[in-house]
Ligand binder design. Structure first.
Ligand code: ADP
Length: 400
């Protein structure tokens, strides 16, 4: 039995989950949020106990890690920090360097650093998180787990952009995808729902506040909707998804704003929020739509159509489909959005949804939401990126 920490460090937050492995039992989870502020939040929840939350100053990630390690002792979660046998870090951008997780060393660190221009909001923060753990627990191995790794099996015709080739050669401009750790988890769980002898063609829909779809054949990614960055693909909570590249220079000219400002708006003020003007949260949008808010209704229709369009595209890309999977915040919880998306593809794909199952398969429940007449079974599977991180730490670090 070994304790393994899974970490997701963002620019101002550090989420963590401690596992007992190989049992995959969650011992505690928590977050240091608003790092860099006087009124930052540190919250830790030991399994089966109340959450313990403190508001205090957390100047940087190193302090957040110190607080976390102290809390593990204070809460009696570990009696010594030596019990922690490995730490796994979510890394958003692994570029073309990484098709698997790797134990951190100088070279891995340098490669992740070199990819900061491709993921400015993420990779820098991940490294700060890694360095804080490396310094606080110098005898413990750290593992980098990449969101892009699962998508490295795409063929060039799937990942290349049709822009001048030198941009690919000189600047590595291409599709990398994201949410790969989740899509891999979903593809493994999907095996239990695939009929024996099926062609194992899966379309997985990770739709939360960030959303991506993945076409998976024989457990390998063949196509995915996110691109160079997580801005591409389907419409999201606050992101545009796919958009004509000309919109950017056109808006720069028309508004007098600079490209960076427009880009931030594409990332943070668009999507469900931008269209509805209500919220980026589907719960608020469902409510506003049910009250007749026209823009909220349009936002639900656009979102459903964009996801359905990708399902159609991947049906063709895979030469058919043996299973459709829904996951993440919206995919796991919103029977309303699942219904709207599936309505858009049911005629073409012969889908038949069991409305009762669709209504009850929420809040962490797993199971089929289609009837036996459906040409393609549709299933809801709650994702678990952290357990995948912990598994990779165990397989690379081999704790005794
Ligand atoms: P991310 O991990 O990308 O931040 P999540 O996968 O947690 O996002 O998804 C969060 C989104 O899921 C919310 O913004 C909301 O739109 C949607 N959602 C719908 N119902 C629920 C629910 N019951 N609980 C949580 N999120 C929900």
């Amino acid at each position: 039995m070994s304790k393994i920490m899974a970490v997701n460090a963002g620019s101002s937050s550090l989420k963590f989950k401690l596992f007992e492995m190989p049992e995959e039992k969650v011992i505690c989870s928590g977050i240091a949020d608003r790092i860099g502020h006087e009124d930052a939040i540190f919250a830790i929840k030991p399994a089966g106990k109340e959450k313990n939350e403190t508001i205090c100053s957390i100047p940087d990630h190193a302090v957040a890690v110190e607080m976390l390690l102290e809390a593990l002792i204070d809460e009696g979660i570990v009696s010594s920090l030596d019990e922690i046998k490995g730490v796994g870090h979510r890394i958003v951008q692994g570029g073309a360097y990484f098709s698997h997780s790797e134990i951190f060393d100088k070279k891995v660190e340098e490669k992740i650093e070199s990819l900061i221009p491709l993921a400015p909001l993420h990779n820098g923060a991940h490294l700060i998180g890694y360095r804080a753990f490396r310094d606080a627990l110098p005898n413990v191995k750290n593992v980098a787990v990449f969101d892009t790794a699962f998508h490295q099996t795409m063929e060039p015709e799937d990942y290349m952009y049709a822009c001048p080739y030198e941009y690919y050669e000189k600047y590595a401009v291409r599709r990398y995808g994201a949410h790969g750790t989740s899509h891999l988890y979903l593809s493994q769980k999907a095996e239990a729902y695939l009929k024996e002898g099926s062609k194992r063609r899966v379309i997985s829909c990770h739709i939360g506040s960030g959303a991506s779809l993945c076409a998976i054949k024989d457990g390998k990614c063949v196509a995915t909707s996110m691109g160079l960055t997580p801005l591409a693909g389907v419409m999201m909570g606050t992101r545009t998804g796919d958009i004509d590249g000309s919109v950017m220079p056109y808006l720069v000219k028309q508004t007098g704003k600079d490209a960076e400002t427009i880009y931030q708006e594409f990332n943070k003020k668009s999507g469900l929020l931008g269209i509805s003007g209500v919220s980026n949260d589907t719960r608020d949008i469902e409510k506003a739509a049910s009250e007749g808010n026209e823009r909220a209704i349009l936002a639900t229709k656009m979102f459903a159509r964009r996801v359905a369009d990708y399902i159609g595209q991947y049906f063709v890309r895979l030469g058919g489909c043996d299973l459709i999977v829904f996951s993440a915040g919206i995919g796991e919880n919103s029977e309303y959005f699942r219904k709207k998306i599936l309505e858009q593809c049911s005629e073409a794909l012969g889908l038949v949804i069991d409305q009762e199952l669709n209504n009850v398969t929420i809040k962490g429940k797993e199971g089929l939401i289609s009837t036996s007449e459906s040409k393609i079974p549709v299933v809801v599977i709650p994702t678990d990126e952290e357990v995948m991180i912990a598994r990779d730490v165990v397989s690379l670090v081999k704790p005794k």
